[in-house]
Design a binder for this molecule. Structure first.
Ligand SMILES: Nc1ncnc2c1ncn2[C@@H]1O[C@H](COP(=O)(O)OP(=O)(O)O)[C@@H](O)[C@H]1O
Ligand SMILES: [Mg+2]
Length: 303
């Protein structure tokens, strides 16, 4: 189809899906652009996995319009070779070795032998499992299994990667390696849609889609999400004449509180810093950005 490359990687309009009386997807609309890391964030049960399952066509929707890599979802099976999906559950062969599991997936996608060997070596290195090549997948620890799953998901170099909590049980150093790899993939124009409960990971994504009760409650860069949640940076001031200076700032209309002898002033814009410093001369100061975790808590309260 002409023009497919211009369409978002995933485009959803008014998706709905109920399980009995429970509305897992409730009029969900979102565009996931190509070439970005996109994080689906949200409390347990907010519909993240259901949405991903809908994208891979494993779920019959009650309503709505869903397009994946420019194709209607009804035809998504025809473009499986362009999609990589890592589920929250075990999906590999326990009685095959790591090498054999990867060869199996490479074979499914028709990757020729020398190329598949090259990719297997590179991916096993990326997930730091090269020494375990000949072990049975069933003998791996949870974190190692997770790493092998990711390697298998990447073997056919998919354009669209759907990763449902891929870093559960992975140590911080290796998570860092994963993220560097995801960045590399997006630089090649690939799209990484990922769910995680780790805020430092969400913070690394270009776009965060915050889901609540089966729909998108807030979408934007991590910074935009914080603003949407009503959070602002805070200027902390250590003042010599605490009460007097605080009173003066309040009189100027600044919103502030005093916590353990430190003035915490809510900033509406970065330019305000200069104006504050024209009023008072602090002994020390620090700019504190709100965290995504605070935004997450705010957004989950505001239902
Ligand atoms: N196959 C299913 N049958 C019944 N209920 C389901 C099924 N799949 C998901 N749900 C329910 O739908 C809601 C959304 O689930 P899910 O998409 O797994 O949430 P998340 O991944 O955000 O934690 C949950 O309340 C879950 O229990
Ligand atoms: Mg889930």
């Amino acid at each position: 189809m002409a023009g497919n490359g211009d369409e978002p990687a995933v485009s959803a309009r008014g998706l709905s899906k109920s399980f009995g009386r429970l509305r897992a997807l409730n009029d969900l609309s979102v565009d996931i652009p190509r070439g970005v890391t996109y994080c689906l964030l949200g409390p347990n049960g907010s519909g993240k996995t259901t949405f991903i399952r809908a994208i891979v066509g494993l779920l019959s929707l009650d309503g709505g319009d869903l397009r994946v890599l420019g194709e209607p979802v009804a035809r998504v099976k025809e473009i499986y070779s362009r999609i990589g999906y890592m589920t929250q559950h075990k999906a590999l062969y326990p009685d095959l070795t790591l090498q054999e599991n990867m060869e199996f997936f490479a074979g499914l996608y028709g990757i020729e032998r020398s190329e598949s060997w090259r990719r297997i070596t590179r991916l096993l290195e990326m997930v730091n499992l090269q020494e375990h090549r000949n072990r049975l997948a069933g003998d791996l620890s949870g974190g190692m299994y997770q790493r092998l799953s990711l390697a298998c998901t990447l073997i056919h170099e998919p354009e669209l990667l759907l990763l449902d909590e891929p870093t559960v049980g992975i140590d911080p150093r290796l998570r860092q390696t994963f993220w560097e790899y995801f960045d590399l993939l997006t630089r090649q124009g690939k799209t990484v849609l990922i769910t995680t409960h780790l805020m430092d990971e969400a913070e690394k994504c270009k776009i965060v889609g915050y889901m609540r009760s089966g729909k998108m409650a807030a979408v934007g860069s991590p910074e935009e999400i914080k603003r949407l949640a009503g959070l602002r940076p805070c200027l902390e001031l250590w003042l010599k004449e605490l009460e007097k200076d605080a009173a003066q700032l309040r009189a100027e209309g600044y919103e502030l509180q005093i916590c353990k002898g430190v003035v915490q002033l809510r900033l509406e814009s970065p330019e305000q810093i200069k104006r504050v410093l024209a009023e008072v001369t602090p002994l020390d100061m620090r700019l504190k950005e709100p965290t995504l975790e605070e935004a997450f808590l705010r957004l989950s309260e505001a239902s």
